[in-house]
Design a protein around this ligand. Structure first.
Ligand code: MEV
Length: 291
């Protein structure tokens, strides 16, 4: 028997990095997914055929933890496929983790709740990366826009109209784990200062949630830009990301910020239909790529 499952990538709207320390964040599932095909096989070892993902480690870890948790010793063949490049920082590792758990749960007829999928997925991430908020996994499991707090103790859907957003790739792949560790080093050395930045980010998240629910794009944009400046203070932005954010604002965007770990990957821009084309052109001129 063959089973299939898929799970979406994500974008951080507000609150990245602070989320690793248990502060709130807002994450949005995108309409691009990772797809998995799973099949039981009579081999000595598992077969993993990857396409569109960085490496096999997340799939391997899911197979091993799923096997331990549900006492499964059989071997599987897993095939991956993706709607988006793993280079963009759109959460391909989390999406592949969640999709593989879903495919195995179908294959072995072990129905799992979304909370169970989240918990197992977060365990996979922590075993591989050692650090992480789990928000990417929650986004992939629950979809839509979520308010994620206290490392997954609170996961709430936010009811919102779809955000008028442009996503632009910086051309550089970020190393999420490295960036999380660099923030952690600062946290250890300058705890009060970094804690203050996290608290200010958390304030923006709570305000942002209200404005997202109201559909007040102007205020969300303002909050996004403020969040970008705090991430810059945290040292996770880059010249390229800053220049893309600046040019978007110059061209009339309501707001812009890096999304995710920083260092590279993508920025998100909140912009009206009227200014969209102008902003997109300016970003391309700066060497960014509109997704
Ligand atoms: C990475 O997409 C977002 C970070 O906040 C890490 C995490 O939440 O696990 C930097």
């Amino acid at each position: 028997m063959k089973t299939t499952a898929s799970a979406p990538g994500k974008l951080f709207i507000l609150g990245e990095h602070a989320a690793v320390y248990g502060y709130p964040c807002i994450v949005l599932a995108i309409d691009k997914k990772i797809h998995i095909e799973a099949e039981e096989i009579d081999y000595q070892s598992d077969i993993i055929l990857t396409q569109g993902i960085k490496n096999t480690s997340f799939v391997e870890k899911v197979i091993s933890l799923f096997g331990q948790e549900y006492d499964i010793k059989k071997k599987v063949r897993i095939k991956t496929d993706s709607d988006f490049s793993p280079k963009l920082g759109l959460g391909s590792s989390s999406a592949v983790t969640v999709a593989t758990i879903k495919a195995l749960s179908k294959l072995y007829k072990i129905p799992l709740t979304r909370t169970e999928i989240f918990k197992l997925g977060y365990k996979v991430v922590l075993e591989i990366q050692k650090v992480g908020s789990g928000a990417d996994i929650a986004s992939s499991v629950f979809g839509g826009t979520i308010l994620y707090d206290k490392k997954g103790k609170v996961i709430k859907k936010i009811q919102n109209a779809s955000l008028p957003m442009v996503v632009a790739y910086s051309g550089f792949k970020a190393d999420t784990t490295k960036l999380i560790y660099s923030v952690n080093k600062k946290y250890k050395n300058r705890r009060n200062e970094i804690e203050k930045i996290f608290k200010n980010i958390a304030k923006l998240v709570w305000e942002g949630k209200k404005f997202i629910e109201k559909g007040d794009w102007k205020m969300i944009g303002k909050i996004m830009t403020e969040n970008h400046l705090l991430l810059k203070d945290l040292g996770v932005s880059s010249l390229k990301l800053d220049s893309m954010v600046s040019v978007a604002l110059e061209q009339g965007a309501w707001g812009a910020k890096l999304s995710g770990a920083g260092g590279g990957d993508c920025i998100i821009i909140l912009v009206s239909e009227a200014n969209r084309e102008k902003v997109a052109k300016a970003i391309v001129k700066k060497g960014g790529q509109i997704l």
